[in-house]
Write a protein that binds this ligand. Structure first.
Ligand code: AKG
Length: 210
């Protein structure tokens, strides 16, 4: 697995060798701001365990999720469906900070956000691509992390290449271009992590998610 730590925080660098673009913007919140966001998100979000259909079996995930957006978008993924809740002031604040970071090079306005809460390192997310039709081709996904640092990995769909980086408290990572068509990503489990992490992925749903 390639070690990408050396490039951490340089948004001009593409972390992928080919077939997509992933940029690490580094820490976009101070520790105090990130602490506040983390604490408020833990308290305010109505976290719920997720459902997914894996190899034809409906399972309840250990991690908890929430889904927010501009409108009551329906989001269909892994055989399940969620309706977006309206933005909270805190989520709008985080979204604005993310959009400011992207404004200079690739202005993007996100209309929805999937939130994931991992209680500890025993919870992760399996390999997948965010390639649902409602996101369209070449979608931009901005991932913001709070809480325990965790390893985020990407692998090419042809299995030739794999790379990873640690996503820390207040860090922004952006996936764009053809990344979702050619690469899968995962949040790796670790028995050494005993504290929670929250991840927000800001997305742009096409046609109000229809
Ligand atoms: O928690 C993470 O960093 C990964 C989240 C993710 O893969 C997703 O929301 O699609």
């Amino acid at each position: 697995m390639a070690d990408l730590f050396a490039q951490e925080g340089d948004a001009a660098v593409n972390l992928l060798p080919r077939d997509g673009i992933v940029n690490d913007y580094g820490l976009i919140f101070s520790t105090a701001e990130a602490d506040d966001c983390f604490r408020q998100l833990l308290q305010e979000i109505p976290w719920q365990h997720d459902e997914a259909v894996i190899y034809g079996r409906r399972i309840i995930t250990a991690r908890q999720v929430a889904w927010y957006g501009d409108a009551a978008f329906d989001y269909h993924y892994s055989g399940t469906r969620r309706t977006a809740r309206p933005w909270t002031p805190l989520l709008l604040h985080i979204k604005e900070r993310v959009e400011q970071q992207l404004a200079a090079v690739s202005p993007t306005v996100f209309n929805s956000c999937l939130l994931n809460l991992y209680a500890d390192g025993s919870q992760g997310m399996a390999w997948h691509s965010d390639d649902e039709a409602c996101l369209g081709r070449n979608t931009v996904i901005a991932s913001v992390s709070f809480g325990a640092p965790r390893k985020f990995a990407l692998r090419h769909k042809d299995r030739s290449t794999q790379c990873a980086l640690i996503l820390a408290h207040g860090q922004l990572l952006v996936m764009r271009g053809s990344t979702q068509s050619h690469w899968q990503h995962a949040l790796m489990k670790s028995a050494r992590i005993h504290s929670p992490r929250i991840n927000l992925t800001f997305r742009t749903m096409l046609n109000n998610g229809m």
